[in-house]
Design a protein. Structure first.
Length: 184
């Protein structure tokens, strides 16, 4: 199966039940599991992408779009507003058991629609990638996002942008910053 029936996946904003500790924990576990695989070799030890406190804040701020099939959460994407023109997304994950079904693309489309609904005309994303070697996961993402209309704007030193997190890196990394002009 290479695509999903539109009726099977629902993208939604957080609901009060998502703030239940069990559900917050599940979302953290999903994000951390996906990033552990996707960023293997980039971080030292057991660095986590997100913790319960940060996820709770994201949910409370209605800054997460959640992909759901039936009662199962199968993915999510963090959305943010930067200024009057610019929105952004990050922390895009799809449950590994549901990969290849178009859920990630549907989450990005929902994030873009969310940004337009907030009056934004540009969507931003950042890809963390090793500076001195090619990571196949990050290369896949670079190509995938480019095919969806995202254009590289700049590359920034991760350690300079986030000095408090740079000590957790196993290798020197950069943030590649991409933008896409959104259609209203």
């Amino acid at each position: 199966m290479t695509s999903i029936n539109e009726a099977k996946v629902r993208i939604r904003l957080p609901q009060p039940a998502d703030l239940h500790p069990k559900n917050v924990s599940y979302l953290c576990q999903l994000v951390n599991q996906v990033y552990k695989g996707a960023e293997a070799g980039i971080w030292k030890g057991n660095a986590e992408r997100i913790n319960v406190q940060a996820m709770t804040k994201i949910l409370q701020n209605q800054a997460l779009l959640i992909a759901q099939m039936g009662i199962k959460i199968v993915g999510c994407i963090n959305v943010n507003l930067f200024n009057e023109n610019l929105a952004g997304f990050g922390m895009l994950v799809t449950d590994p058991e549901y990969r290849g079904l178009g859920i990630g693309k549907k989450l990005i489309q929902a994030a873009e629609a969310w940004a337009v609904s907030k009056g934004r005309v540009i969507m931003r994303l950042e890809i963390l990638a090793p500076r001195n070697w090619v990571d196949s996961n990050k290369e896949f993402l670079r190509i995938w996002y480019t095919k969806m209309g995202y254009i590289l704007q700049s590359t920034e030193d991760f350690g300079r942008l986030y000095p408090e997190k740079s000590a957790d890196l196993a290798t020197t990394c950069d943030f590649a910053i991409y933008h896409k002009i959104l259609e209203k």
